[in-house]
Structures are given as structure tokens and as C-alpha cells.
Write a protein that binds this ligand. Structure first.
Ligand SMILES: NC(=O)C1=CN([C@@H]2O[C@H](COP(=O)(O)OP(=O)(O)OC[C@H]3O[C@@H](n4cnc5c(N)ncnc54)[C@H](OP(=O)(O)O)[C@@H]3O)[C@@H](O)[C@H]2O)C=CC1
Ligand SMILES: CCCCCC(=O)/C=C/[C@H]1[C@H](O)CC(=O)[C@@H]1CCCCCCC(=O)O
Length: 329
């Protein structure tokens, strides 16, 4: 019999999550029935959505939601061979039983040069968010200027590089000087540290005096309120995330956006990447090609040890990650 370790939400987060809000438990798994398979997590993802979705969808005592790259260790399902790797929504668990539904197999031809954890980052949900958000939501065109915040993270770092691949000027901001240096290294035309600039307004103007055609917003809040005034006429804003608001106990108030929206005839669209599930294969194929060509660089912040899941999650929310935050079991 296999005993799984799982992390549960012990106490709903109040403000910023704390390690004491989580509890690790041991769960004995039953023997497999026909059609089932036993999966062992190899890499787990910690993502910003876990903060707002925990409030919306979870109750205390539930296993934390999340995705992993897992290996099939036992199978009574002919569609999944022992040793195969899948992306699963198994939650924060070392082992779990699946009926084979809703698993995304990694292709057996996964390039040996690439870590399988990329299926949780640049070649997974965050990479696809950048791809569809930029091409479909922002409708980015060559020669335009693109702004992205949380630019050194999983989604933002792909957004900036895809904008360069697409022939745009790209401006990014991030929360440390070393992240800014990384953005320059991977091809951003302009980058600044939003925590240390004396004025966000001036930093945005200096980086692109004529404004921005596309704004890929991962952060929301004050940054978005200022950035909207720097949009060009007919600019497009992809509202991808609002991480600056996820830990608020009291909702932030305006400034309000109607006046610049009207004067500049802006388009602003919120989106959830799962709406493009039908395009997943096409998106991953394009991203993989650019990675293999060396046009799309990746960095992963790997935390070792399943016991460190809460620390990795909290660290990511604090901005300790460069690129995709991953936990290696
Ligand atoms: N709509 C969709 O379908 C999806 C939306 N998202 C959203 O995209 C955004 C980025 O996600 P992801 O790339 O996975 O995460 P990241 O890898 O970018 O990690 C989160 C980063 O957010 C930054 N951050 C944290 N707090 C603040 C703050 N108060 N102000 C500004 N920046 C902050 C930190 O970087 P720094 O050091 O720069 O502050 C941190 O590293 C999130 O808002 C997420 O919810 C993600 C996937 C799908
Ligand atoms: C105001 C909240 C904004 C959150 C934006 C965000 O980060 C969305 C992420 C989703 C992404 O588009 C696709 C996903 O897989 C993320 C959501 C996953 C939710 C899983 C919930 C599963 C469960 O409740 O068991």
C-alpha cells in the first residue's frame, strides 16, 4: 500500500498566506481498480491563482489545488503505460490515483535537452497564457510597443520574448534589479524596477515617450491605473492577472479608468487561458519550436522538497522567483 503526503489548507488565508495556514498529512491510498493508475508527482507548480481560487472554491481541510508533472508508477488503464509522464490537476500530493480522465500526457518524444518541468511553465499553462493573451487578446502587430508587468515571472517573461519574436518593442518591469538585468539579457528593450523608481508615471513615459499599443497586465491595482494613461489611441489591454490585489483584505479603491478608455478608445479584455483549450496543441508546438531554436529562453526557480510547497508558494507571491516557480519532489 502507498502512503501519500498531501498539503491541506488548514486555515483560510487572511491577507498574505503564512506557513501556519497549511498542514501536511499522510493519506493511505487504496489498491487500484480496473481503469485506474497510480501517479507520483515529480514536479509541482505553485501559481498565483491558488491564492484567489482558494478563497472562492476551497474550504478549510481541502487539499491545496494545483498541477504537477507526474510519472505513472502503476497502471490498470491500458491508455497509460508505467513510466509515462503526464500533466495532472492532482493538487499538492506526492501520489494520487486517477481514472485517466483529464490527464495531459507529455509526448514520448519530449526533447531530452529540456526539463519536463517546462510543461508547467513555458511549455504549459503560463506559456499558453502569454501566447493567446498576446496574439489573440492584445492582437499584437509588428512594429508596436508592448508593456508587460511581473515581466520576469512565468507568464511575463514569455510575453516579452514573444513580443520581440513578433517584431515589437517591449518594455517590462519587475521587482528587483537582478530581475531587470535578466529582462535586458533576454531581449527586453527597456526594463525598470517598479519598487525603486521615484515615479511610475515618469518611468513609463521615459521607457516609451509615445506610449503603448498593447499592455499585458499581470498586476492590476495602482500600476494598471497609471499605465492606462500611457496607452496610445486604440490601444489594447489584456487583463491577465491582478496579483497586487490577491492578498488584500479590504478591496482597493480607484482611480477610475473610464476617462482614458473613452478619450483613447481603448479595448480592455479579461481572459482565462482555459478558454483556448482547443488551441493548446498549436500553442505548445509554436512555443516548443521557439525554445528549441533558442529564441525563447526560460528560467525556473526550483525549490527542492515536497515539504517546502508552502514556502515556495509564499516566496512566489513575495516575488522571490525568477521565471517559473517549481517544486521538485
Ligand atoms: N488569466 C489567466 O488565464 C492567467 C493569469 N495568470 C496571472 O498572471 C500573473 C502572473 O502569473 P505567473 O507568471 O504565474 O506568476 P509569476 O511567475 O510572475 O510570479 C508572481 C510575480 O508577481 C509579482 N508580484 C507579486 N506581488 C506583486 C505586487 N504587489 N505588485 C507587482 N508585482 C507583484 C512578483 O514579481 P516582482 O518581483 O516583479 O514583484 C512575483 O514574482 C498573475 O496575476 C496570475 O494570476 C497566470 C496564468 C493564467
Ligand atoms: C481574480 C483571479 C484571477 C486569477 C487569474 C489566474 O491566475 C487564472 C489562472 C487559471 C488559468 O487561466 C488556468 C488555470 O488553470 C488557472 C485556474 C485554475 C483553477 C483550478 C481550480 C481547481 C479546483 O478548484 O479544484
Amino acid at each position: 500500500m502507498v502512503t501519500a503526503k498531501v498539503w491541506v489548507l488548514k486555515k483560510h488565508f487572511e491577507g498574505f498566506p503564512k506557513t501556519s495556514d497549511f498542514e501536511m498529512k499522510q493519506v493511505a491510498l487504496a489498491n487500484l481498480k480496473d481503469g485506474e493508475l497510480l501517479l507520483e508527482s515529480v514536479f509541482l507548480s505553485v501559481d498565483p491563482y491558488m491564492r484567489p481560487y482558494s478563497k472562492r472554491d476551497m474550504k478549510e481541510g481541502d487539499v491545496m489545488i494545483g498541477t504537477q508533472v507526474a510519472r505513472v508508477v502503476e497502471s490498470k488503464n491500458p491508455a497509460f503505460a508505467v513510466g509515462a509522464f503526464v500533466v495532472a490537476d492532482g493538487g499538492w500530493r506526492t501520489h494520487f490515483i486517477s481514472d485517466g480522465k483529464d490527464l495531459n500526457p507529455l509526448p514520448p518524444s519530449w526533447p531530452e535537452s529540456l526539463p519536463r518541468s517546462l510543461a508547467l511553465g513555458t511549455l504549459g499553462m503560463p506559456g499558453l497564457t502569454a501566447y493567446f493573451g498576446l496574439f489573440d487578446v492584445c492582437k499584437m502587430k509588428p512594429g508596436e510597443t508592448v508593456l508587460v508587468n511581473a515581466a520576469a515571472g512565468a507568464v511575463g517573461s514569455v510575453v516579452g520574448q514573444l513580443a520581440k519574436i513578433g517584431g515589437c518593442k517591449v518594455v517590462g518591469c519587475a521587482g528587483s534589479d537582478s530581475k531587470v538585468a535578466y529582462l535586458k539579457k533576454i531581449g527586453f528593450d527597456e526594463a525598470f524596477n517598479y519598487r525603486t523608481v521615484t515615479s511610475l508615471d515618469e518611468a513609463l513615459r521615459k521607457a516609451s515617450p509615445h506610449g503603448y499599443d498593447c499592455f499585458f497586465d499581470n498586476v492590476g491595482g495602482e500600476f494598471a491605473s497609471i499605465a492606462i494613461n500611457h496607452m496610445k489611441k486604440y490601444g489594447r489591454i489584456a487583463v491577465c492577472g491582478a496579483i497586487s490585489q490577491y492578498n488584500d483584505t479590504v478591496p482597493q479603491k480607484g482611480p477610475y479608468i473610464q476617462i482614458p478608455m473613452i478619450f483613447k478608445e481603448l479595448s480592455m479584455k479579461g481572459f482565462i487561458v482555459t478558454s483556448w483549450n482547443n488551441g493548446r496543441e498549436e500553442g505548445v508546438k509554436a512555443l516548443l519550436k521557439w525554445v528549441l531554436e533558442g529564441k525563447l529562453k526560460y528560467h525556473e526557480q526550483v525549490t527542492e522538497g515536497f515539504e517546502n510547497m508552502p514556502a515556495a508558494f509564499i516566496g512566489m507571491l513575495k516575488g522571490e522567483n525568477l521565471g517559473k516557480a517549481i517544486v521538485k519532489v
